[in-house]
Ligand binder design. Structure first.
Ligand SMILES: Nc1nc2c(c(=O)[nH]1)N[C@H]1C(S)=C(S)[C@@H](COP(=O)(O)O)O[C@H]1N2
Ligand SMILES: [Mo]
Length: 518
């Protein structure tokens, strides 16, 4: 007697749960791989998986985003991608499970995934209309594979029929896995040939007509433990909202200057690189750098004066804001006055530390404005400059609680000893960095426990827009100690002790750490 009270059904009517669930996952795999393959012909960013992830970043509420950054640090994007993969696999498995009798629920869910991908890709401002072919391929491949495997499996379970053997179904499943692997890899390889990296490799040397003064040997105390004066490109901090780096080739890039100007202009990459290039040494800082944080780096940027480009277009009276837009739709608002101020030296940069801009730092071109936090000035992959007012346009981070005006705050950081390090008692060296871009550092002071402030040794000043390194030797008795540092800038302003968080316009407070001497 069967435990079921209902009418007896043939054993073949329902697929086993595990098999059914794996059908969903296989279909998902096929969908993702097909999308990735087609994206290879268009742009790696057309791959639906990445597009959905990027869309999720933009839709994430501010609070959750802050939480993610605090919890996962710079790995938040990787965490997002991995959790997305897990969620998608679970939903697909559930869709498969729901299809033990009929293929309809699974096919619908897999199809919906495709629709989400289509919406996400269509919403990306850096992609053309053909890019939706990638998620369309995902949708078709996912649904087709699901229906195909489902049909094959059901047929194989009809006993004493001439349907496919279970073995052949297993082969079909394995074939989907292998096919997905091959298609995915091919998409990856194809996208590589269309990527910005291959365009960047063809740029050649960018020789500035005016080079930056050579960095003197005593500009850093790297031997003691400060960062090197120039940050190698691979170590330069990176902050952006792009889950996948925008892929722009020089031949596809142009910069439009418009809005409150006499003469709208559009510059090609050749237009920019054929101008006399200037090189400037500039320290960039992110507003979301906590006191003591890592988001500060220095490079030799090569490019043209932003003021030249704007002046040629002819800025009209009443203009307040330089509203810049990147190819991925991110925006920043810079005071027009700062962009036009020749003494400040705002740049449209195409080179960094003797190379074309690295792709993740904005290739082919970005803005760099000394003295302003990156989110109000440093648009990477920049393609559009609109001269406007503050009222007319609101940049990306302004709607997420950050301030409209954001000059970099005078700050300093202790790099050695490390927090909670144990050092021999007696003479202890500590050191680090200080910055007050566009103002200049006058001195750095350090304090051991409740002792008096003592003036540290400063590195040679390179220019007012760059960081300075400092070190000091303290007489330290045995025990646990706390050290503090504070910078004094050239206006006489003493870095405040008042702790403020990064929102809305940059963190304040003294950096401090504890260490032991024995
Ligand atoms: N397109 C784009 N440009 C951007 C951003 C971004 O998210 N997208 N982030 C800005 C921020 S907040 C900072 S601090 C700098 C960081 O530049 P880097 O990554 O080259 O250090 O880039 C700015 N330019
Ligand atoms: Mo930033």
């Amino acid at each position: 007697m069967s435990s079921s009270e209902g009418p007896q059904e043939p054993a073949t009517a329902r697929l086993p749960a595990l098999v059914s669930a794996s059908l969903g996952v296989l279909a998902l795999l096929a969908a993702l791989a097909a999308g990735h393959l087609v994206a290879g012909f268009i742009s790696s960013n057309a791959s639906p998986y990445l597009a959905v992830g990027n869309g999720a970043i933009d839709l994430t509420p501010v609070g959750l985003k802050d939480f993610a950054v605090r919890t996962f640090g710079t790995y938040d994007k990787l965490v997002l991608l991995l959790s997305m993969a897990v969620v998608m696999a679970l939903v697909s498995a559930a869709a498969g499970l729901a299809s033990r009798r009929s293929a309809v629920p699974g096919a619908v869910v897999i199809g919906l995934f495709g629709v989400v991908g289509i919406v996400a890709v269509a919403a990306r401002p850096d992609l053309s209309g053909v890019a939706v072919l990638a998620p369309v391929a995902s949708l078709l491949a996912g649904v087709a594979v699901f229906l195909w495997l489902h049909g094959k499996l059901r047929a194989s379970r009809v006993e004493s029929s001439d349907g496919p053997s279970r073995r052949s179904v297993l082969f079909a499943g394995a074939g989907v896995v292998v096919g997905a692997g091959v298609a995915g890899a091919a998409g990856q390889a194809l996208a590589g040939t269309r990527d910005a990296a291959s365009s960047r490799a063809n740029v050649g040397a960018l020789v500035p007509a005016r080079t930056a003064p050579a960095i003197p040997a005593d500009a850093d105390f790297a031997k003691l433990g400060t960062p090197p004066f120039l940050t190698p490109n691979k170590d330069f901090y990176r902050v952006d909202t792009a889950l996948s780096v925008p892929q722009l080739r020089t031949e596809d890039w142009s910069l439009r200057v418009h809005g409150m100007v006499e003469d709208e202009r559009t510059f090609s990459y050749a237009d920019i690189r054929d101008r006399p290039l200037v090189e400037r040494t500039i320290t960039m800082t992110c507003v979301s750098n906590e006191v003591g944080g890592p988001y500060v780096s220095t490079a030799n940027f090569v490019g043209v004066d932003l003021a030249d480009l704007l002046t040629e277009a002819g800025v009209r009276p009443g203009a307040e804001q330089l509203f810049s837009t990147s190819v991925d739709g991110w925006t920043a608002g810079t005071p027009v006055a700062a962009a036009l101020d020749r003494g400040r030296g705002a740049m449209l940069a195409i080179g960094m530390n003797g190379e074309p801009l690295p792709v993740e730092h904005g290739f082919p071109a970005r803005l760099v404005v000394p003295g302003l936090y990156g989110y109000v000035s440093a648009t990477k992959w920049v393609v559009d400059l609109e001269i406007t007012t503050w009222a007319a346009r609101r940049a990306y981070w302004l709607d997420r609680n950050w301030a409209e005006q954001a000059p970099i705050k005078t700050q300093s950081r202790i790099d050695f000893p490390k927090g909670f390090e144990t050092v021999p008692a007696g003479k202890v060296r500590l050191g680090g960095i200080a910055w007050a871009q566009h103002t200049g550092i006058d001195r750095v002071e350090v304090r051991l426990d409740r002792g008096p402030w003592q003036e540290a040794m400063l590195s040679k000043e390179v220019n007012l827009d760059t960081w300075r390194m400092w070190w000091h030797e303290l007489e330290v008795p045995q025990g646990t100690h706390q050290v503090f540092c504070r910078a004094v800038d050239k206006t006489g302003y003493v870095q405040t002790e008042d702790r403020a968080g990064t929102v809305p316009d940059g963190a304040t407070g003294w950096h401090t750490l504890s260490f032991s001497a024995k």
